[in-house]
Every structure is written in structure tokens, then in C-alpha cells.
Ligand binder design. Structure first.
Ligand code: HEM
Length: 130
């Protein structure tokens, strides 16, 4: 199976429980006070829902779909709008990989590498719009 198929299926297993997104934001916010501070006024249930779609967009772009929605995310996260620091994306990726490890019963080190490969173009695109 190619990396995008492996990750598509892994994400399907992860999304079965909303806990995946609760844990993701717990890990992500625990990685830096500056990041936690960005979510103090956020409606977290709504944000978890938006992130569910955002990660799916990254996977779909890796499978060849249009990157228009990711370019919009790049715009919203850029210095002109939310001013999300480029160095925070490494923490975002680490938090996501940790959450996959905790939630996907079929997790392996090879699956982690597939996730890294599939996430890279989407993360680069959003971060690159800074
Ligand atoms: C909002 C996805 C990285 C902080 C959002 C939204 C999505 C999203 C879908 C809602 C739509 C929007 O506001 O444009 C992603 C994805 C990321 C990423 C896929 C990684 C590639 C980050 C990072 C931070 C961050 C690194 C660092 C703190 C925020 C904040 C909001 C937001 C503060 C707005 C929350 C609010 O409305 O109060 N993100 N994000 N994001 N994101 Fe990200």
C-alpha cells in the first residue's frame, strides 16, 4: 500500500473517536505556553471539528486534490492574519504524530514515516504562506 492510502486508513481509525482531537489539542497546547495562549478564547469543540477537516484536506492534497483550501489556511495563519510562527509547525506535527501513536491500534514506526511524508507538502504549504 502506498503512504497516502496507509495514512488515509489510519486517519479513518483515528477519527472514530472525538477523543483523538481532544488529545491532539492537549498535547499541542502542552508543547508551549505561547501556543496555549493562542487558544484561550477559542471555542474548542468547534476548533476540533475544523481541525478534523484541515487534516483531511492535507491528506487529500497528498492524494492529488486541489490545494485551494490549504492556501486559504496558509492565508489565515500568515503574519498578516493570525501570525502563526513558522517554528510552531514542528510542534503541531509532533503533537499529531503522538496522537496517532496513542489512538491508532495499527500504529507502527513505518506508519509514522508514512504520516510524516504525507503531512509534509501540506504543512510546507501552510507554513510557507507566512
Ligand atoms: C485555526 C488548521 C497549524 C493556531 C485553524 C483552522 C483550521 C486550522 C482548519 C480553522 C480555520 C481558520 O481559522 O482558517 C491548521 C492546520 C495546521 C495548523 C491544518 C497545520 C498544518 C496551526 C499552528 C498554530 C495554529 C501551528 C499555532 C498556535 C490556530 C489558531 C486558530 C487556528 C489560534 C484560530 C482559533 C480561533 O478561532 O480562536 N487552524 N492549523 N494552527 N489555528 Fe491552525
Amino acid at each position: 500500500m502506498n503512504p497516502t492510502d496507509l495514512v488515509f486508513q489510519s486517519y479513518g481509525r483515528c477519527c472514530r473517536k472525538d477523543e483523538f482531537f481532544v488529545d491532539f489539542y492537549d498535547f499541542f497546547m502542552a508543547s508551549s505556553d505561547a501556543i496555549r495562549a493562542r487558544f484561550v478564547n477559542t471555542d474548542m469543540p468547534a476548533q476540533r471539528h475544523l481541525l478534523r477537516n484541515g487534516v483531511m484536506q492535507i491528506i487529500l492534497v497528498a492524494r492529488g486534490m486541489s490545494d485551494r483550501k490549504l492556501r486559504d489556511l496558509g492565508e489565515s495563519h500568515s503574519r498578516k492574519r493570525m501570525d502563526i510562527q513558522p517554528e510552531w509547525y514542528g510542534l503541531w506535527e509532533e503533537a499529531l504524530l503522538k496522537t496517532v501513536r496513542v489512538h491508532d491500534p495499527e500504529y507502527t514506526p513505518e506508519l509514522r514515516e508514512a504520516w510524516r511524508e504525507v503531512l509534509k507538502p501540506g504543512i510546507d504549504l501552510i507554513r510557507g504562506a507566512y
